[in-house]
Design a binder for this molecule. Structure first.
Ligand SMILES: *[C@@H]1O[C@H](CO)[C@@H](O)[C@H](O)[C@H]1NC(C)=O
Ligand SMILES: *[C@@H]1O[C@H](CO)[C@@H](O)[C@H](O)[C@H]1NC(C)=O
Ligand SMILES: *[C@@H]1O[C@H](CO)[C@@H](O)[C@H](O)[C@H]1NC(C)=O
Length: 460
């Protein structure tokens, strides 16, 4: 193997070793589905390479050289002696003696040749062994190279995937949105068929500070507030909030300007402050889970008055029956307040329902109270959220980072349950912390990892 090749080889080796060392020193935890770099293999390769080098540079090489040199000198000497013998050929005794000396000399030379032959054979086998080792090392190095290329190719594929999604997004942006199929405020009395969009997607004035929250439009707004939007971010521990923000327009919400801060309490958390993200506004009032109590709180935005409706005894709160997916649960999502054309609903679970979703209508009046209550067979922890549309309860589940799916429905008129809905929709963020249907514009409002997102809902 020529020197330049060896140089390249060791350059490769040292590069890999540097990578290996860095991987050992690095303290951060890397979660990766990819194969780890085979550092052990590299180290054993390094050992083989060093051993191989030592063998080649051993004294055995010089031994053969000195034998050759010795033999060469003896042969020259022999030549001299033979020519002297030729000159001194007198046919007598001296000639016979000289001949005997030459014979002895020849015998020694033959011994030398044998030793040289043995040494040479040994070197041949050594050289064969070294060739084999070098071949083996070369192959292993190739494998390592492929390993590295694999990762590069993988990243290239990922980039391609991202580019495809980007192109798809562009296409979807350019595609004309489907015409609104329903006049605002009407209830289609038909099944949910599609969730399209997102139709809006924005960060709020909080930036990415608060991962839990909720937003939307009041389906029964006070006069002059038809275009208003509301926003609640759980500003304490991703669990509690003590005020609601109101915006006069969607652009004000997007720009994060001119928000009206409507305070529920000076402290957070305390009695009657907001607990959990799934809150809604209806009829100029905010409905939410009361702090540390199994009750629905109603906060009148005009009078700032708080009234409550108690949920059945043993209703789970404080993370007893939250929404979940296989990876995690959404903290403090025990209660889910929802709106549809018939008003406000609340989904929850209790020990009596064995953690299955219970559904109650929240009747308004001077003091809110629970109306019709229905039991479902849907285990609350198997859903990521629920929403109501036209008297039908729908539940979603987490499919993957990009996709959420409406998989379940419960018709409050017939009591019929279905688990085979397959209405998936595209997420813009991995987790959806709150989801609610607005019957006046037939849109779903989602709050996902600090982003305010809305979707168009299409009925059959
Ligand atoms: C050298 O060694 C080989 C193998 O041992 C043998 O076959 C060959 O005859 C030897 N040659 C001489 C010149 O001794
Ligand atoms: C060459 O390798 C063989 C088998 O691995 C071994 O028996 C032999 O001793 C080796 N020869 C030398 C000179 O290292
Ligand atoms: C909120 O308070 C105002 C003013 O007191 C009142 O007119 C309105 O009916 C209240 N709304 C609810 C939902 O109680």
């Amino acid at each position: 193997m020529c020197l330049s090749k060896w140089k390249t080889f060791f350059l490769f080796l040292s590069l890999f070793i540097v990578q290996g060392v860095m991987a050992t020193d690095c303290a951060c935890e890397l979660t990766s589905g990819e194969k780890p770099f085979p550092k052990d293999k590299l180290l054993s390769m390094e050992t083989s390479a060093v051993a191989c080098n030592q063998k080649i540079q051993s004294a055995k090489v010089s031994e053969e050289a000195s034998l050759r040199l010795g033999l060469h000198k003896r042969l020259l000497q022999l030549q001299d002696e033979v020519s002297v013998l030729e000159q001194e050929d007198d046919g007598g005794l001296y000639g016979a003696v000289s001949l005997r000396i030459i014979e002895l000399e020849l015998a020694e030379i033959l011994q030398l040749i044998n030793r040289l032959n043995t040494t040479h054979n040994m070197h041949l086998s050594l050289s064969t062994n070294v060739t084999a080792t070098v071949q083996q090392l070369t192959e292993e190095l190739k494998q390592l190279e492929e390993f590295d290329q694999m990762q590069i190719i993988q990243k290239l594929e990922e980039n391609k995937g991202l580019q495809r999604s980007l192109a798809q997004c562009h296409e979807e942006l350019q595609a004309t949105p489907p015409p609104p199929t329903l006049p605002p405020g009407t209830c289609p009395r038909r099944r949910l068929a599609q969730v399209n969009g997102p139709s809006t997607y924005t960060i709020t004035e909080y930036g990415t500070s608060y991962y839990y929250g909720s937003w939307g439009q009041d389906p029964q707004p006070g006069p002059g507030r038809e275009n208003w939007y509301w926003l609640v971010a759980l500003t304490s521990s991703d669990v509690f909030a003590n005020y609601v923000l109101l915006y006069r327009s969607f652009s004000a919400l997007v720009a994060g300007v001119d928000s009206m801060v409507i305070s529920i309490s000076n402290d957070n958390p305390t009695t009657n402050t907001i607990q959990g993200p799934n809150v809604v506004m209806y009829g100029d009032a905010l409905y939410y889970g009361c702090y540390n109590t199994p009750s629905v709180c109603r906060f009148n935005v005009t009078s700032r008055e708080i009234t409550t409706a108690a949920l059945p005894a043993n209703t789970g709160i404080n993370n007893k029956f939250p929404f979940c997916h296989l990876g995690a649960c959404y903290v403090y999502t025990d209660l889910d307040l929802m709106t549809d054309d018939s008003g406000v609903w609340v989904a929850y679970a209790s020990e009596e329902s064995y953690g299955n979703v219970m559904l109650s209508q929240v009747e308004s009046g001077d003091v809110p109270k629970l109306g019709r209550t229905l039991k479902t067979s849907l285990h609350k922890r198997t859903a990521t959220n629920t929403f109501m549309a036209c008297g039908v309860l729908y539940a979603t589940r987490y499919v993957d980072k990009e996709t959420e799916e409406v998989f379940y429905s419960f018709d409050t008129r017939t009591g019929v349950e279905r688990y085979d809905l397959d209405i998936s929709f595209k997420k813009m963020q991995t987790n959806i912390q709150s989801l609610n249907y607005n019957p006046s514009d037939h849109r779903l409002y989602a709050y996902a990892n600090a982003y305010a997102i809305s979707y168009d809902v299409i009925f059959e």
